[in-house]
Ligand binder design. Sequence first.
Ligand SMILES: [Fe+2]
Length: 341
Amino acid sequence: MKTIFIVDDNETNRMMAKNALDGTYKTFTLPSAAKMFKLLEKITPDLILLDVDMPETDGFGAISILKANEKLKSIPVIFLTAKNDAESEIHGFEMGALDFINKPFSAPVLIKRIETHIETDKQIKKSQQVVRDLHNVTLRIIANMVESRDTITGGHIERTQAYLEILLNALISAGIYENEMSDWDKTVLLPSAQLHDVGKIKVSDLILNKPGKLTAEEFDLIKQHSIDGERIIDEIISQTKDDGFLLHAKRFAGAHHEKWDGTGYPRGLKGEDIPLEGRIMAIADVYDALVSERPYKKPFTHEQAVQIIKDGSGTHFDSKIVEAFLTVAEDFWAELVRIAG
Ligand SMILES: [Fe+2]
């Protein structure tokens, strides 16, 4: 059953809408925008019926907050209004409302209109999903092409993406960087991480696959992949309207080799100046490099890798993220074993 939030400061109105919709939909009645935002932390409804005139945050204020939030902006909103003035209706549509329903409403009309909007929304989301899948597959192919030039690090992209998801869940359940991540959408964020090493496309195969230690000069060329990755993604950004996915991708690419104490590259950023995506990816990336075999080193054991990351807490890595990592480190290993199949 589809879920609908009914947000209205007037109890009679809430009850009328609830009585009309109960049975057809699962409803939640909420007396204020603040209560609505509280419940949105736990439940994502299929539609919101939002009163325009409310004390404190009114309907227009509430919809502008919804539309500015990556996670909430796709929830369809219908305004319930007692006023019948064209100007505020146009304003509402411009802010992203799907429709206006005048109070008092007739129950069958309310149900019918909601039905139509939910059906339309379903169709739109379906076609968005098709585009998103196509997008993700294309990126996966590009990322794999870049990775396949580099015979040393096979499977790195798939593993780091899996580690990232584990680490992200650990941060969320511990409430670490809750505000910073409040509008992150995992389904957007995780695939964007696949591009973190895309800049390696510009590094010569001879250096990427050199058996043995790199010279300082060669290492400088490898280091360029952070900035080059950022540039490649910037070029895509300049040619599209994407506002979420590619920005995350850019931060992953540009910041995953920065270190907490400022000794990383490419910019030598310090502490929280390093984009959070980069600080999270640093742990996933280093863990994977440690437990993988390289021509110049044997793989470290899981325990050694965990110890090295622990030792790097507060110098190489953000100690809050290390703390979360330590609670799920075993899951990293389990994922590595699973992917190795
Ligand atoms: Fe990298």
